[in-house]
Design a protein around this ligand. Structure first.
Ligand SMILES: [Zn+2]
Length: 263
C-alpha cells in the first residue's frame, strides 16, 4: 500500500502541474489584452490631441478669414474719403470714429489669432510626442504579444509529455484507489491527497487527526481518509520503519503512539 500511496502522491503532483500549465495556457489571451493596455492608453491620448489640434487649426483659419474681412472693411471705409462720398464735417467726424472702431476690432482679431497660433504650435508638439509614444508602445506590445504567443508551443509540449507520463503512472495504480482519487480530485479542486504533519494535523483542512489514524498513516499500510475533509492522508514527517504485516500485533498502534509522544 505504501508504494500505491507514493504513486498517488506523484500522480497528484503531475495532475496539479498539468492543471497549472493548462491554466497558464488559458490565461494567455487575457495576458495579451493586459499588455495591450498601455498601447490603447497611448492611442487614446494621441487621438484626443489630434482632435484638439484639428479644432484649433480650424479656429485659426476662421480667425485669419475674419482678419482678412476686417482689413477689407477698413480699406472700403478709407475709400469713402478719397471717393468724396463724405460731404459735411459732421459726416467726416463720424467716419473717423467708424474707422477707429474698425481698426480696434482688427487689433482684437490679431491678438486672438496670435493666441491661437501659439496654441496650435504647442498642441502640435504634444501631438508629435504622443505619436512617438504610440510607436514605442506599439513596438513593445508587439514584442510582448509575440513572446506570450510563442510560449504556447512550449506549454503544449510540456502538456503532451506530462499526459504521456500520466498514462504510465495511472496504469500502475490499483483501479479502486484510482477511482477514489479521481472522485476526490474533482470535488477537492485537484487536491485529493492531504499530508499529515508532525503535529498530527491534516495539512489541507488543519484539523487534528485522531492519534490512531496518524499512527496508521505513518505506516502507510492502508488508505485512510481525513474525517473532516475526506482527503486521502499520507505521512509527511520523518520516514517510518515499516513493520511487515504478519509481524503486526493488535496493540502495536498504542505502542508506537506512546513512543511518538515521549520523543
Ligand atoms: Zn482534512
Amino acid at each position: 500500500m505504501k508504494e500505491h500511496l507514493e504513486r498517488l502522491i506523484a500522480l497528484q503532483e503531475a495532475d496539479l502541474r498539468l492543471e497549472e500549465i493548462a491554466e497558464r495556457k488559458r490565461r494567455i489571451p487575457e495576458m495579451v489584452e493586459a499588455v495591450r493596455q498601455p498601447l490603447l492608453t497611448a492611442q487614446a491620448t494621441r487621438d484626443s490631441l489630434k482632435q484638439e489640434v484639428d479644432k484649433l487649426t480650424k479656429d485659426r483659419k476662421s480667425c485669419e478669414q475674419a482678419l482678412a474681412e476686417q482689413e477689407q472693411a477698413i480699406s472700403k471705409l478709407q475709400d469713402r474719403t478719397t471717393k468724396g462720398e463724405i460731404k459735411t464735417n459732421r459726416e467726416y467726424q463720424a467716419h473717423l470714429v467708424e474707422i477707429e472702431l474698425a481698426k480696434k476690432k482688427k487689433g482684437e482679431i490679431e491678438e486672438q489669432l496670435l493666441i491661437l497660433m501659439d496654441q496650435v504650435d504647442t498642441r502640435k508638439k504634444d501631438l508629435a510626442q504622443a505619436e512617438a509614444a504610440v510607436k514605442e508602445a506599439d513596438k513593445r506590445f508587439a514584442a510582448e504579444k509575440a513572446s506570450l504567443e510563442g510560449s504556447v508551443g512550449a506549454l503544449d509540449e510540456e502538456l503532451a509529455a506530462l499526459k504521456q507520463k500520466r498514462e504510465a503512472m495511472v496504469a500502475a495504480i490499483e483501479p479502486t484507489l484510482l477511482r477514489t482519487y479521481e472522485k476526490l480530485r474533482r470535488s477537492k479542486k485537484g487536491h485529493a491527497l492531504a499530508g499529515v504533519n508532525k503535529d498530527g494535523s491534516c495539512m489541507a483542512c488543519r484539523l487534528q487527526v485522531q492519534p490512531q489514524v496518524v499512527a496508521e498513516v505513518k505506516r502507510g499500510i492502508s488508505v485512510l481518509t481525513c474525517s473532516n475533509c475526506q482527503r486521502i492522508l499520507y505521512w509527511t514527517g520523518e520516514p517510518v520503519q515499516i513493520v511487515p504485516q504478519q509481524e503486526r500485533k493488535a496493540d502495536e498502534v498504542e505502542v508506537e503512539e506512546t513512543a511518538e509522544t515521549t520523543e
